[in-house]
Ligand binder design. Structure first.
Ligand code: F6R
Length: 241
């Protein structure tokens, strides 16, 4: 299903309401969370709505999609800090239920396996939030990633490092690799909301629409997922037929 809204704030309203409905129907839900610019207005709206409605988030569990290799959990550009700043510190979450990959894990391959096993121990993801990269990546599953790949270490695509430079200070080096949940864990989520906003996503969204499922454009795999909603603003949808 594709849903198109006027702008990012209308998108945020819709996604926030969907999150709240899910949490009300299942207060102990397992959420799969993403970072990035797309998610910022969504988390901001969710915080407001959750506060206004007195939503209980204390029984939720979350698993984040990805983390840069080499960044500590208190590095300002780590996804741990992103999540704390944009979501976790604003509501009464139970910190012991909030899971992120550790960018400093000594053995990142083993760490990915353990993270995937931990997620499985919680019964997998009830609701997965996804953004999409300009090259079609979801999580950091870059073009060419095998669809049967579970959580893994990835060398970031040059395009991704260029796109994400905007989040780093001038002169700082964008990490070359990351850890990410794989397409296996993402596709096992019971429900997925993929969000794309802004003109910079229009090309890849149109490609998604035109193309069959292909590893060249990782998020085309979502066409095989029975409970996925593509949530777009008009700018991201502007090249759709
Ligand atoms: C982030 C993530 C990425 C982003 C994607 C879009 O946790 O998994 O796939 O969702 O790179 O990023 P923005 O929203 O910054 O355009």
């Amino acid at each position: 299903m594709i849903q198109i809204f006027s702008d990012p704030s209308a998108v945020a309203e819709y996604v926030s309401e969907a999150l709240i409905a899910k949490i009300r129907s299942k207060p102990e839900a397992v959420l799969g969370l993403a970072t990035g610019g797309t998610m910022e207005p969504i988390y901001a709206r969710f915080i407001d709505q959750a506060r206004q409605s007195g939503l209980d988030v204390s029984r939720l569990t979350s698993f984040n999609l990805d983390e840069y290799v080499g960044l500590s959990a208190d590095h300002p550009k780590s996804y741990s800090v992103y999540m704390r700043e944009h979501l976790f510190r604003h509501l009464a979450f139970d910190a012991s239920r909030l899971h992120l990959l550790n960018g400093l894990a000594r053995d990142s391959v083993a760490h990915c396996q353990a993270y995937a096993a931990k997620l499985q121990g919680y019964g997998g993801i009830d609701l997965q939030l996804l953004g999409v990269g300009g090259n079609g990546h979801i999580g950091f599953n870059e073009p060419g990633t095998a669809f049967d790949r579970p959580c893994h270490v990835v060398k970031l695509a040059e395009q991704t490092r260029i796109d994400n430079r905007r989040f780093f200070a001038a002169g700082a080096v964008v990490p070359e690799s990351a850890m990410t949940l794989g397409l296996v864990e993402i596709m096992a989520a019971r429900e997925i909301l993929l969000v794309a906003t802004g003109e910079s996503k229009a090309e890849i969204v149109a490609e998604w629409y035109r193309r069959d499922v292909t590893e060249e454009i990782p998020f085309t795999i979502l066409k095989r997922h029975p409970q996925t909603t593509m949530i777009l603003d008009e700018a991201a949808a502007s090249l759709l037929p």
